[in-house]
Ligand binder design. Structure first.
Ligand code: THU
Length: 168
């Protein structure tokens, strides 16, 4: 396996992180306590997932710059393509309430009630995040539980992204 590459992608883990060569602490804007609170909220919203087709239930909790938490779940549809991911549900709820400054999002998901895997956001959701967030500072928390999570910057998950800046 590509060991070198693996090391490069070492995420924040349990409050501490090693990215590339240097150990990196969680940024001041984000404490372990806040991560846990967001994960707890994501787990609650996950219970509302509407997933009659995939049975894959996802919950997301978005933290605004005003320290509010906006949650979301995935909502499926018989025609499949109208399905909305949990992350986008949270973003669209927030933006429609006039909130556009975000610090972080926690994501919890898996088949039925399981959380054996970390649920990484799909490409479309990463692009939606890039529309509203600074990729260098916005944090994406992938959690299996409150004690077991990884934190990435959006830039790490969506490098060299296309944004409104490209259209100026
Ligand atoms: N899903 C999410 O809600 N978020 C993700 O990050 C990945 C996928 C949903 C969409 C669909 O309802 C189900 O999971 C299976 O793809």
């Amino acid at each position: 396996m590509d060991k070198e590459k693996n090391t490069e992608l070492q995420p924040y883990k349990k409050g501490m992180l090693a990215v590339r060569d240097s150990a990196r602490k969680l940024p001041d804007s984000m404490s372990d306590l806040v991560c846990r609170k967001l994960i707890r909220a994501a787990c609650e919203y996950r219970k509302r997932a509407y997933t009659p087709y995939s049975g894959f239930q996802v919950g997301a909790a978005l933290l605004t710059a005003q320290n509010e938490i906006i949650g979301g779940c995935n909502i499926e549809n018989a025609a499949y393509t109208p399905t909305n991911c949990a992350e986008r549900t949270a973003f669209f709820k927030a933006v429609s309430e006039g909130k556009k400054d975000f610090l972080a999002i926690a994501i919890v998901g898996g088949k039925e009630e399981k959380t054996e895997e970390y649920c990484a956001p799909c490409g479309v959701c990463r692009q939606v995040m890039a529309e509203f967030c600074d990729p260098a500072t916005f944090l994406v928390i992938l959690a299996r539980s409150e004690e077991d999570y990884m934190v990435y910057t959006l830039e790490e998950l969506l490098p060299f992204s296309f944004s409104g800046k490209n259209l100026q």
